[in-house]
Design a protein around this ligand. Sequence first.
Ligand SMILES: [Zn+2]
Length: 326
Amino acid sequence: MAKRLKRTRAKAAVGVDAGGTYTKIGVVTPDGRVLREAQIPAEVQAGPEAFAGRVAGLVESWTAAGGFALAGLGLGLAGDVDSERGRLRFTPNLRGWDGFDFRKALGRRLGCRVAVENDANVAVWGGFIMELKRKPRNVVGVTLGTGVGGGLVCEGSLYRGSTGSAGEIGHNVVEPGGELCHCGRRGCLEAYVGSYGIVRLARRVVEKDPARARILTALCPELDRLEPRHLSQAADQGDEAAKEVWALAGGYLAIGLANVVLLLNPDVILILGGVSRAGRWILDPVEKHFAAQPFRTAFARARVKLAAATRAGWIGAAMLAMENAA
Ligand SMILES: [Zn+2]
């Protein structure tokens, strides 16, 4: 199999980014050319076997249509992933999927190498390749979505830690005894800058003084439907309450990232995920905080960059699969 693939020119890998609501999947060549791309519903409740079957069916239809030789498949899963054994150890978002052997199920059916990784690790690896062109040596990646994930690139390689659990930036405590996090603890970074944390902060700020949130409440009259994008729009239009929310959330992100800078001395902090679309509203408090730090060298070095790539997850998974297969 390996020999035959080496002679085939259009080598490409499949990447799968399995989220709690939908799954992004595509085919990419080693030089980053996207050949196929699709989005399918996650259907978490149907179970991991059904999911693997749907993914395999789609990949088989793509390979049957031709145009590339399958060099591997990479799968990013939200949770604590055992990448050596290709399984999910623990997951709050993909209930009932823990313990399933994705590597075996997909590898047997598709006849290729399968790499299974944490979803934040694949997104950061994808961002490292697509956004940063593998240039910086040390990168800390943070994914800001419903949850807050992290991934570490140390000396140009993905750093997984002793059990594959490294980079859980979102569950560092930034406020002892603070807001409740989805993990069950209080005061985690995610409880303030995960989208649910930001919306919770916003409700508090609006309820305290509704007059300061006129623009925000005009954009989103029902507070129950509030999303971070409403807060960015309102802040752009000068809404005082929305600006306060970003200052609070960005302030907590700054504390979390400053701890990471002191620990790891990275070249770049790459911010990915939906909440990163808040742009300068989330970036300004971080840069301000960094500028005021006493350990100048490390903070002057750490460039904070918002990633534009929306495909970083599945592309990163595919790239990892190709590197593992090489
Ligand atoms: Zn937590």
